[in-house]
Design a protein around this ligand. Sequence first.
Ligand code: UD1
Ligand code: CA
Length: 454
Amino acid sequence: MVAVAILAAGRGTRMKSDLPKVLHQLGGRTLVQRVLESCVRLQPSRRLVIVGYGADLVRDSFQQTDTQPTLEFVEQTEQLGTGHAIQQLLPYLKDFTGDLLVLNGDVPLLRPDTLEQLIKIHKENGNGATLLAAHFPNPTGYGRVFCDSHNLVNQIVEDRDCTDAQRQNHRINAGVYCFNWPQLAKILPDLKADNDQQEYYLTDTVNYLDQVMAVDVEDYREILGINSRKDLANSYKVLQDWVKTNYMAAGVTIIDPDSVTIDDTVQLEPDVIIEPQTHLRGNTIIQTGSRIGPGSLIENSQIGKNVTVQFSVVSDSVVADGTRIGPYAHLRGHAKVGEQCRVGNFVELKNTEVGNRTNVAHLSYIGDAQLGNNVNIGAGTITANYDGVKKHRTTIGDRTKTGSNSVLVAPLTLGNDVTVAAGSTITDDVPDDSLVIARERQVIKPGWRLESPE
Ligand code: UD1
Ligand code: CA
């Protein structure tokens, strides 16, 4: 039986931010959310998050996204150190007899496999505590782990408390521990704050516990901690490197990986091609044969098979098979475009459903509309969907064509097989099979000339 506790009460002074450190985002998810998600596979019996600085913000950040069993929030009103934070759990875990996995809220790249391994080794060896460590090329700022030849930990010394000689040890403490809770609970009240920061250090518990073992991770990058904006950027690079390597191994072409960013929540099918300067975010799915970019941003959208998207932005939208988007299109607010359509050249679609084989090819704003199949929207057609107070809908039937520079004043319905004359401002519904002209007739005055004032 394992319970999980996440340390998320610190401000993160070195971030120079009003936002609590653990709420900074890494590739579309907050640090603390990532840490919590790394534990999902362990199926913990309890999940406790220790909050303090910005407690309400941290609490609220979970409301929309987390679908797991209840999170318990434990308040640490004064942040007197990582050991003090864990002391706050004593009343909550009074009758708990299992192991407690403790994770710093600022170690967002942990892999679930690594945590499973940590717990396995902890149990096999009957340790008082087992912790993750690694040899860092640059260990500055991290606590150093001192072990005997059997990886049993003698002490952990924070960077600022190290002697010059101790600082030569590059083996660092990840801030990820599995504790035998009853053992830990017994010694927690004895922690002292006799260090440079005058804080109660969780790392000092290794001095009192029966047997503490260090487990080195294979790839040190997964235990990189985030203390500064620079760390955030470095970890993002690591994450991107892993994510793109995985997609490429699964059959995705990424022409210029350095110019592309992809969230690890995105799903890409084999034979998708990602062109340079393209960014894929959130819950995006892209199906096989599609070519995205150059210069595009896709977020929380579903892109079908054999779609092309060039120099365009697609948010919260759906695009079906064989459709061409761009250059310079903007789909947003639940636009849904059918198969074999063309949406291009300075066209914005908002909250609009488009049938199959329909084109909106040039210079249009289509909002709150429904377009049928085989519709042709002429260059410069605009839906006037907003009367200053409310939004109204426009419905356009199959095979209908709008002439260039038409204004469709909503609420409005154009039937099937309607033709709208160029330059019309349409304010009334138009029945099937009609031509509609709504503009001033052209007047020619032969021989007319401006009288010159002499
Ligand atoms: C800590 C470890 C260090 C380790 C490093 C790994 C200690 C004393 N040091 O140092 O050995 O190498 O992590 O990244 O534990 N927090 C609270 N309440 C507090 C203080 C901190 O909840 O009173 C939380 C923070 O929000 C953060 C985590 O604990 O998520 C770690 O705190 P931080 O100040 O970043 O510790 P480090 O100095 O990095
Ligand atoms: Ca830290």
